[in-house]
Design a binder for this molecule. Structure first.
Ligand SMILES: Nc1ncnc2c1ncn2[C@@H]1O[C@H](COP(=O)(O)OP(=O)(O)OP(=O)(O)O)[C@@H](O)[C@H]1O
Ligand SMILES: [Mg+2]
Length: 462
């Protein structure tokens, strides 16, 4: 069901439209008697379409369109005018209105326009979601056993609305799992909202989650919907839930139990239908034992637990991950697509990745792309701390992978020095815009010929 906001200063018009839209289109409606009220409502309600009178005494329709454009609010707006002046309608369309109707036209046409506008709104959201899927927001890569199990769990849990708790080390992909749960659910076209409980000061977190009424606290000069309301019908990710302050934990528990939310400073409970996903890298059982996290809240959140395995436990996914990061990095920085040599890959396979898991791998790939002058990333392009790390006991290529003649891993002092030298020279070149004389001077080399010799040794080409 869609929510349509009708804005008109004449009560009879509002009521007529409300009645007809419910009867003929089956839509939910909200009404506002002026521009200011409409703008306020649009800030807190998830409106799908607006019917807007152009002639109103306070803030008129044109002003409303301008403010919406400035806010980046892309809700489709149908304007109407009673004056029969089409120049005004054309002007409104130029300001971003979806279409216009005349007050004298039959209501069926208005309902049809609303349908068109809603369809457009749906398409805009779908395109945005597809772009995300293709662009910055990759699907979970990997086919290891751990990953296959994880994907099956996501598929199963996406279908139900209960809370999910995602656990996993830093950088292991918790956020990606949450998004995937939303994307595969029947809420996929509804909002997906994330609140990072660690990123907000204690006094703001409650208003962020639950919203506030005007005057609820100093500085609250307008009412604002919280994340629970914004995500109603969709999914809310409470990231870093382990960092939630005690008072907010108590409120969150109540919201989950009652399925409604009361804004700070408000008295009216607002019904919400928000699927809650919580994520943390912390051991919440230990936090409960230490009195830092409420046990009753944990029991509400951990109805279903998804554990994202650390990268070291699914190293057979590493080649596929490297491949996808190579494509994305080269594409993003518009450099020619590079490959990775088996020897360099072997070095990555022997590393532990426990510091930041997949995120660390992604950053490493980016560094290697820039360290490598040619088309193939070699062992010398692998960051020195990875080359220098102790080989893991069970390290090695995954079963079935081609065996390669890898160089010594931890590296001799000579090798490590060479790798460090290469990185130092490369960084200096980057800093000086690859100006040879300047870089040679910065590095204290005798002349530019000495630098060219070093660059040649390290296969660094201008
Ligand atoms: N299986 C995967 N396939 C592709 N990319 C992945 C995968 N897992 C993680 N990533 C990427 O790794 C990075 C870190 O992932 P994400 O932000 O989901 O981790 P996190 O567990 O939420 O980390 P933190 O605990 O630091 O919040 C992101 O860029 C994400 O796109
Ligand atoms: Mg995260």
């Amino acid at each position: 069901m869609s929510l349509v906001l009708i804005v008109d200063d004449v009560a009879a018009m509002r009521e007529q439209y409300e009645y007809d839209l419910k009867r003929l289109g089956g839509h939910e409606t909200l009404t506002a008697s002026g521009g200011a009220e409409a703008l306020q409502m649009l800030e807190r309600e998830a409106v799908d379409c607006v019917i807007l009178d152009l002639e109103m005494p306070d803030i008129d329709g044109f002003e409303v369109l301008k403010v919406l454009a400035a806010r980046g609010n892309r809700v489709p707006v149908i304007v109407y005018t009673g004056t029969g002046n089409y120049d005004r309608c054309v002007r409104a369309v130029k300001l971003g209105a979806h279409s216009f109707v005349d007050k004298r036209e039959p209501i069926e046409r208005v309902v049809q326009e609303v349908e068109n506008a809603l369809e457009k709104g749906r398409l805009v959201k779908e395109v945005a979601s597809l772009r995300r899927q293709l662009g910055d927001d990759p699907a979970l890569a990997g086919t290891s056993r751990a990953m296959t199990t994880l994907k099956a769990t996501i598929e199963r849990l996406a279908a139900i609305p209960s809370p999910v708790l995602i656990l996993g080390e830093s950088g292991s992909g918790k956020e990606l799992v949450a998004r995937e749960l939303h994307r595969q659910s029947d809420r996929a076209r509804r909002p997906y909202v994330t609140v990072n409980c660690a990123a907000l000061p204690e006094n703001l977190i409650e208003s962020e989650l639950f919203g506030h009424e005007r005057g609820a606290f100093t500085g609250a000069d307008r009412a604002r919907a919280g994340a629970f309301e914004a995500a109603s019908g969709g999914t809310l990710l409470l990231d870093e839930i382990g960092e939630l302050p005690a008072a907010a934990q108590a409120k969150l528990l109540r919201v989950l139990e009652d399925e409604n939310v009361t804004r700070l400073g408000g008295t009216r409970p607002i019904r919400i239908d928000t699927r809650v996903i919580a994520a943390t890298h912390r051991d919440l059982d230990r936090d409960v034992a230490a009195g830092r996290f409420r046990e009753d809240l944990l029991f509400r959140l951990n109805v279903h637990v998804v554990r994202v395995p650390p990268l070291r436990e699914r190293l057979s996914d590493l080649p596929a991950l490297v491949e996808s990061f190579l494509v994305r990095t080269c594409d993003r920085f518009r450099v020619r697509l590079k490959r990775i040599s088996p020897a360099a890959l072997e070095l990555l396979m022997r590393y532990d990745w426990s510091r930041n898991n997949v995120r660390e791998l992604r950053n490493t790939v980016e560094r290697m792309v820039f360290a490598c002058a040619g088309d193939e990333i070699g062992p010398e392009d692998v960051p020195v701390e990875i080359r220098a790390s102790k080989p893991r006991a069970s390290a090695g290529m995954p079963p079935g992978a081609p065996s390669v003649g890898a160089p010594p891993v931890a590296g001799s002092l000579k090798e490590l020095k060479a790798a460090a030298e290469r990185q130092i020279v490369l960084a200096a070149l980057e800093r000086n815009g690859w100006h040879i004389t300047k870089t040679a001077a910065e590095l204290g080399l005798a002349d530019h010929a000495s630098l060219l010799k070093v660059m040649k040794r390290h296969r660094l080409k201008r």
